[in-house]
Design a binder for this molecule. Structure first.
Ligand SMILES: [Zn+2]
Length: 119
C-alpha cells in the first residue's frame, strides 16, 4: 500500500476524481461511491470516511449561490414573476449541489490522507 509520505497528496487530482496519492487511479467507482483502494498505487481509501462532512459545505455554497441569485434578480429584474424565480433558483441549488458533492468529498478524502487518518 502506498503511503502519502510527508503529506504529498494532490488536491487538484482529487478534485478531478483521481487518486490523490498517485494522481492516476480512479477515486470513485460510481457517482459518490469511493473505491476500496487505488488500482494503480494500492492506496487504501477505506480509512478515509468523510461521513456528512462535505454536505455541510455543499449546503452552504449552493444555498448562498441560490439565495444571492434570487435576491439579486428579484431586485434587478422586478418584471420576473415568482414562478420564474421558483423555476430557476431551486434548479440552480440542485445542480450546484450535484456538481459540488463529488468534488468536495474528494477534497475531504485528500485532506484525510494528507493528515494520515487511520481506521
Ligand atoms: Zn493511486
Amino acid at each position: 500500500m502506498a503511503d502519502p509520505e510527508g503529506g504529498k497528496v494532490s488536491f487538484a487530482a482529487a478534485a478531478l476524481g483521481k487518486c490523490p496519492v498517485c494522481t492516476q487511479g480512479k477515486l470513485y467507482k460510481s457517482y459518490l461511491k469511493v473505491e476500496d483502494s487505488c488500482a494503480v498505487c494500492g492506496q487504501n481509501f477505506k480509512a478515509a470516511d468523510t461521513g456528512d462532512g462535505p454536505v455541510v459545505f455543499v449546503i452552504l455554497i449552493a444555498g448562498f449561490l441560490a439565495c444571492a441569485g434570487l435576491l439579486t434578480t428579484f431586485f434587478l429584474y422586478p418584471g420576473w414573476s415568482i414562478t420564474t424565480h421558483l423555476l430557476i433558483w431551486p434548479a440552480v441549488a440542485v445542480v450546484t449541489s450535484l456538481v459540488l458533492m463529488p468534488v468536495l468529498k474528494s477534497l475531504m478524502i485528500a485532506s484525510q490522507l494528507r493528515n494520515k487518518v487511520r481506521d
